[in-house]
Write a protein that binds this ligand. Structure first.
Ligand code: ADP
Ligand code: MG
Ligand code: ZN
Length: 474
């Protein structure tokens, strides 16, 4: 039996206003090569200056993962040549990163959890982009010099499930801290997966393969499964030493395979050395104090939702996994409604109606409106069934809840005078049934309720009718 060993490297693009070492804007979907300057173009003589905002965001991440934040960290040069990097080296932090020795808890469905250690998080500069266009390739340097935080885990994960839970948790934390937008498709949350196997019980680490830049959780899971299968087959066939070597592999989503991209470079190949153009990065006490005060994180929020709003673990987990969803929920709760109703109307009714490009952030019905709609059910202005119609209407029409209720004529009749009259009329028209009911045929009760509902065209409040009929029928 084999044990799977996985370690993850995640490159998070930080959402600073300007680049890591110059004052160019970080928005790189502008016209190509416009957000550049002598520093990020690596022209001779231009010197880098560290953007403090990058340190602030690193401290926040460090605080969120319970890590050591180094008061002094250092930059190093990693040399390699590629057209999207005009300096032919990358500035990174090899020897003393800004953040070290963190941890992150992952939670399983059965209620158990596990700690994944994080070796380090270091600051580095992103490269530009090569754009391949038929026979020619172009280079866009708008992204060159954008700040990245590379978060490197220990090889503590033992399955694809572990890896995905870790990544989702980390992703959620980045969004809660608002230090990056962590958009996987757009490359602001890039994952490299290191995978090896070993006989169960063995402590030593075997040869790892690194699979680069897979851009969705689903594909990461698939890539791990494929790679584990490849390695275990090689082992069982006695070909492990021959076929498994330390290398970088690519995940091909159409062919559903991983394949070799290049042999793994050793650190020596990169000729790492301390960056001579930069001073050490200093985290002052004031900075540490200020930026370690981070907002409530998903785990804490989840626990609070369970405790304060009476949600179950599952729903609390779903709602808090996305920071926008958590905020939406809390805004709904400001209307003074029940947690259970808020959950249903958010996760079932609203999410069920958001289609295509619509999501919780651009929903035509905002949190306050949805909360108010639920309030209108709770104060018996409308029935739950009518509220679904109102929500359908609000998805299409920009108006407020009460106007929509009026417009659709869905207000429940709670005017007891009108309801009493309806009950009396129905009873008068069905004297025989009244007699039978009084003689003990209790199932007839539903008949009376139904008749009154019908008479009110569905607008009567069923609870009120129930009570009224019970009293009248005796
Ligand atoms: P590199 O930059 O060369 O990829 P790093 O130290 O930055 O090296 O990252 C190595 C990653 O690989 C870490 O996440 C680590 O946990 C993981 N790792 C190291 N050895 C193994 C192994 N045998 N199996 C799986 N993962 C491993
Ligand atoms: Mg690596
Ligand atoms: Zn620049």
């Amino acid at each position: 039996m084999f044990e799977v060993v996985i370690g993850l490297e995640v490159h998070v693009q930080l959402n600073t206003k300007t680049k890591l070492f110059c004052s160019c804007p970080t928005s790189f979907n502008h016209k190509q090569n416009t957000n550049t300057c002598p520093t990020c173009l690596a022209l001779p003589g231009a010197l880098p200056v560290l953007n403090k905002e990058v340190l602030h965001k690193s401290i926040m991440l460090g605080a969120a993962i319970d890590a050591t934040i180094n008061k002094a960290s250092y930059f190093d040069r990693k040399s390699y040549f590629y057209p999207d990097s005009p300096s032919a080296y990358q500035i990174t932090q090899l020897y003393t990163p800004v953040v070290e020795h963190g941890k992150l808890q992952i939670d399983f469905e059965d209620g158990t959890s596990k700690i994944i250690r994080i070796n380090r998080a270091h600051i580095e500069a992103d490269a530009g982009k090569n754009i391949h266009d038929g026979d020619i390739s172009k280079v866009d340097l708008n992204r060159a010099g954008t700040p990245l935080l590379e978060i490197v885990s220990e090889p503590d994960m033992r399955s694809a499930e572990d890896a995905i839970l870790y990544l989702k948790k980390l992703h959620s934390i980045i969004r809660y801290l608002d230090i990056g937008d962590a958009n996987m498709q757009e490359g602001s949350f890039r994952v490299d997966v290191n995978v090896s196997i070993r006989p169960k019980g063995d402590e030593k680490l075997y040869t790892r393969v690194e699979i680069k830049n897979i851009n969705s959780f689903k594909f990461i899971e698939k890539a791990i499964e494929l790679e584990v299968a490849r390695q275990s087959e090689a082992w069982e066939d006695g070909l492990y030493d021959k076929e498994i070597c330390q290398e970088t592999r690519l995940f091909d989503q159409t062919k559903q395979e991983t394949r070799s991209m290049r042999g793994k470079e050793e650190a020596a190949d990169y000729r790492y050395f301390p960056e001579p153009d930069l001073l050490k990065a200093v985290v002052t006490d004031e900075m540490l104090e200020k930026y370690s005060k981070i907002p409530e994180l998903p785990d804490q929020k989840k626990a609070r939702f369970v405790k304060d709003y009476g949600l179950n673990e599952y729903n609390a987990g779903v709602i808090t996994s996305l920071v926008e969803m958590a905020h939406f929920f809390e805004t709904m709760m400001n209307e003074g409604i029940s947690g259970k109703n808020a959950t249903t109307w958010l996760t079932v009714e609203l999410l069920g109606r958001l289609k295509g490009e619509m999501n919780i952030m651009n929903s035509p019905v905002d949190a306050k409106k949805l909360g108010f709609l639920v309030k209108r059910i709770e104060d018996t202005t409308i029935s739950g069934k009518a509220a679904k119609e109102v929500l359908d209407y609000l998805m299409e029409n920009d108006t407020d809840v009460d106007t929509a209720i009026d417009k659709l004529g869905l207000k429940q009749v709670t005017d007891t005078g009108a309801l009493e009259a309806m009950c009396d009329d129905i009873m008068k028209a069905n004297l025989d049934k009244v007699e039978q009911y009084r003689a003990g045929k209790e199932k007839l009760f539903g008949f009376f309720v139904g008749q009154v509902m019908k008479a009110s065209k569905g607008s009567a409040n069923p609870q009120v009718i129930n009570e009224m009929l019970k009293a009248k029928l005796g």
